[in-house]
Design a protein around this ligand. Structure first.
Ligand code: 5GP
Ligand code: ZN
Length: 114
């Protein structure tokens, strides 16, 4: 996925503020944070969006949610609370077409988001 901005971050072609990495996923601080904690968690294998989850690749979601809980604990928001968000498609607010999960915390988050 040559043009994908998150694939470029994974390849180290664009710098990021890394929070966590293993062989399957990367987590880094959002460049435009909406909350004191705003981390993006992405699979290293490119998946366009939630619409492209299938039987073959869905296991990565469990891995991402386990990492999200560990990152929330590490960043001190596990007890106060946090939100994990996936935007899918145009009306869902997805701007980067490489599936990602926002981990938001450190303030009271509005609901519904609007
Ligand atoms: P989406 O709107 O697709 O759910 O979220 C994309 C997120 O990626 C946005 O919150 C945006 O601030 C973030 N983002 C876009 N480009 C970059 C980048 O180059 N580096 C980092 N760290 N975050 C980015
Ligand atoms: Zn990608």
């Amino acid at each position: 996925m040559g043009d994908c901005i998150f694939c470029k971050i994974i390849r180290g072609e664009i710098p990021c503020s890394k929070v966590y990495e293993d062989e399957r996923i990367l987590a880094f601080n959002d460049i435009n944070p909406e909350a004191p904690v705003h981390v993006l968690i992405i699979p290293k294998a490119h998946i366009d969006s939630a619409n492209y989850i299938d039987e073959e690749n869905s296991e990565i979601l469990a891995h991402i949610f386990l990492a999200a809980k560990n990152i929330a604990t590490q960043l001190g928001v596990a007890e106060s609370g946090y939100r994990i968000v996936n935007n899918c498609g145009e009306q869902g607010g997805q701007t980067v077409k490489h599936i990602h999960f926002h981990l938001l915390g450190g303030r009271n988050l509005k609901w519904p988001p609007g």
